[in-house]
Write a protein of this length. Structure first.
Length: 257
């Protein structure tokens, strides 16, 4: 059995006295897209922050290719091969697009390689090339999301953590962003751990999924099977099942009155 590229084992993380993760265990296989679903406040973003070193876990292990990385400084984790696209984009608004991209390559010393990679990400996001000298703060929300993804690619990560890439975007831009995520995975072989509120897009894009509730993993399966489960269809996809089960729930509610 191959060692997962990324693994969390019984991880617990907190914000001061508030415990956000409660014994989270998950694995991400090499070259796969894995998604974490859950309501707001379930702890999805905390998983990514714990992996990337923004939060130190109080318990458990975070492993990259079998080696423990919990407690490492964020820059060391970037150098190890993990890139993080944060929720809310968090671009440098007063820097140009090109300078934002160069900030993504701050751990690298190969100037020629950085220049080639900037050209490569312009291939994914042509609008960034057109506006390369423009301040990032002047971009639209969708363009800033493109820049955040492109910036993360400049560190040449083998694993990318993506936090709500569709947040605040139109359906058209969401489809475009997810198409690029799939291209990055397939063309570059980049492993992706995706946190996403849009369950429809996440399940259609990812290979495997975990469902998080109040800091605990309560379900996991292939995304195809998750999309067929009644609870997922009703609570995350907004599809209510008709027939016997629905009738039973209706009868039960009627008896409570």
């Amino acid at each position: 059995m191959t060692t997962p590229v990324l693994e969390l084992a019984n991880v617990e993380s907190s914000y001061g006295p508030v415990q956000a993760l409660r014994g989270v265990t998950l694995t991400v296989e090499e070259g796969k897209i894995v998604t974490v679903l859950g309501a707001n406040g379930a702890g999805k973003s905390t998983i990514l922050k714990t992996i990337s070193g923004i939060i130190d876990p109080s318990k458990g292990q975070v492993k990259l290719r079998g080696a423990e990385i919990q407690g490492f400084a964020p820059d060391r984790i970037v150098r190890a091969g993990i890139g993080h696209v944060p929720e809310g984009r968090e671009v440098f608004p007063l820097l140009s697009i090109e300078d934002n991209l160069r900030m993504g390559a701050y751990t690298r010393k190969d100037a020629d390689g950085v220049a080639k990679d900037i050209e490569a990400v312009y291939g994914y996001f042509p609008i960034l090339r057109e506006r390369s000298k423009q301040e990032a703060g002047q971009l639209s929300g969708g363009q800033q999301q493109m820049l955040a993804i492109a910036r993360a690619l400049l560190s040449r990560p083998s694993v990318m953590l993506m936090d709500e890439p569709s947040l605040g975007l139109s359906p058209k831009l969401t489809t475009e962003i997810f198409g690029i995520i799939v291209r990055i995975n397939r063309e570059r072989g980049t492993t992706i751990l995706l946190v996403e509120q849009n369950a429809h897009m996440a399940l259609a894009t990812a290979d495997y999924g975990y469902v998080l509730e109040t800091g605990r993993i309560v379900m996991e399966d292939t995304c195809k099977r998750l999309a067929e489960k009644e609870d997922i269809r009703e609570f995350y996809l907004g599809i209510k099942e008709a027939g016997v089960r629905g009738h039973r729930r209706w009868k039960k509610k009627k008896q409570w009155r």
